[in-house]
Each structure stands twice: as structure tokens, then as C-alpha cells.
Design a protein around this ligand. Structure first.
Ligand code: HEM
Length: 151
């Protein structure tokens, strides 16, 4: 059981790294080169990145949520109410924020499937402005992940 928990935690941390890493790269590395790269070059770059992002990002998000849900089964007990202590309150808040991002990703996948059925162009997730709030939520989630053990 202990080994399963630790393995799941390592998988969770790797997925969290990938999740935050891509958000950081998109906002602080790729977006700023927009003006220096030239409009057409930048559009091609975004198109190529988009293909890779579709392959990695949704699957990573699903594993992140799944491993997080498995980990929380060790902590969440509702015998003394929903928010019996700071730890559980923060864990539930962290989980809800993460599920919110998960719902956004599922909506994007659904949109993509509908586009494919209509044979139209793939929506480009790299162009999306949602990264601003997704990354901000990610920072809050990571802070909650640490704070819940400290407060
Ligand atoms: C955007 C999604 C998520 C990110 C970025 C994220 C990030 C993290 C990080 C960085 C830790 C490590 C804390 C430590 O150092 O011990 C952690 C732990 C944890 N996460 Fe997540 N998480 C996410 C989603 C979820 C979800 C959906 C749940 C479940 C509802 C969850 C439940 C947990 C639990 C229970 C731990 C404590 C594990 C432990 O340290 O023993 N996480 N998370």
C-alpha cells in the first residue's frame, strides 16, 4: 500500500511538473517572441506546437487528476463533516480547482472532436488565452499542495 502511494505520488509530481512547465513555457517563453519572430513564422510555430500539445497535454491532465484522486482517498474522511480541519479544507479546494481545469480540458477535447466530424481545421490550443487563468490556478494549486501540510 505504502509502495502504491509513493509510486502514485511520484507520477502525480511528474504530471504536475509537465503541466506547470508547459504553462510557463507558453506564457513566458513562446508568447513574448511573437513580435520578434514574424507573423507567418509565429503562426507556423504555433501550428507545429499545437500538434504536440494535443498529444501530451490532455493525457497528462487526466493522469494528474486520476493520481491526485487516488492520493486523496488516503486523507478524505467525511465522518466529522466536509471541512473538519484545515488540511481537508485545503485539499478539497485544491481538488475542486484542479477538476475545474480538467473540465476545461474535456470541453476542449469535445470541441476538437466536433471540428473533426465537420472536417474543419483543428482548434489550436497554443493560441488559447485560457493559459493565463489556468497557470494562475496551477500556482494556487501547488501552493495549497504545500500549505495543507504546513498550516
Ligand atoms: C492541476 C492539477 C494539480 C497539480 C498542479 C497538483 C500539484 C501537486 C503537488 C506539487 C503536490 C506535492 C505536494 C508535496 O510536496 O507533498 C501534490 C500533492 C497532492 N495532490 Fe495534487 N495536484 C493537482 C491535482 C490534484 C487533484 C485533482 C487531487 C485530488 C483531488 C490532488 C491531490 C493531491 C494530494 C492528496 C496530494 C498529497 C500527496 C502527498 O504529498 O502525500 N491533486 N499535488
Amino acid at each position: 500500500m505504502e509502495l502504491l502511494y509513493k509510486t502514485t505520488l511520484i507520477a502525480h509530481l511528474f504530471c504536475a511538473m509537465l503541466f506547470m512547465g508547459w504553462g510557463f513555457a507558453k506564457l513566458f517563453v513562446i508568447a513574448p517572441i511573437n513580435s520578434t519572430f514574424g507573423k507567418d513564422n509565429f503562426a507556423n510555430l504555433q501550428k507545429e506546437l499545437s500538434k504536440r500539445v494535443w498529444k501530451i497535454y490532455p493525457a497528462n491532465m487526466m493522469v494528474l487528476i486520476l493520481t491526485g484522486t487516488i492520493l486523496s482517498t488516503q486523507y478524505l474522511t467525511f465522518e466529522n463533516g466536509i471541512f473538519p480541519n484545515n488540511f481537508q479544507t485545503m485539499l478539497i479546494l485544491k481538488g475542486l480547482l484542479a477538476y475545474g481545469i480538467g473540465i476545461k480540458v474535456v470541453l476542449s477535447i469535445t470541441k476538437r472532436l466536433l471540428f473533426k466530424i465537420k472536417n474543419s481545421q483543428d482548434p489550436n490550443p497554443v493560441e488559447s488565452s485560457s493559459y493565463y487563468y489556468i497557470f494562475t490556478l496551477g500556482v494556487i494549486i501547488v501552493l495549497l499542495a504545500k500549505l495543507m501540510f504546513l498550516v
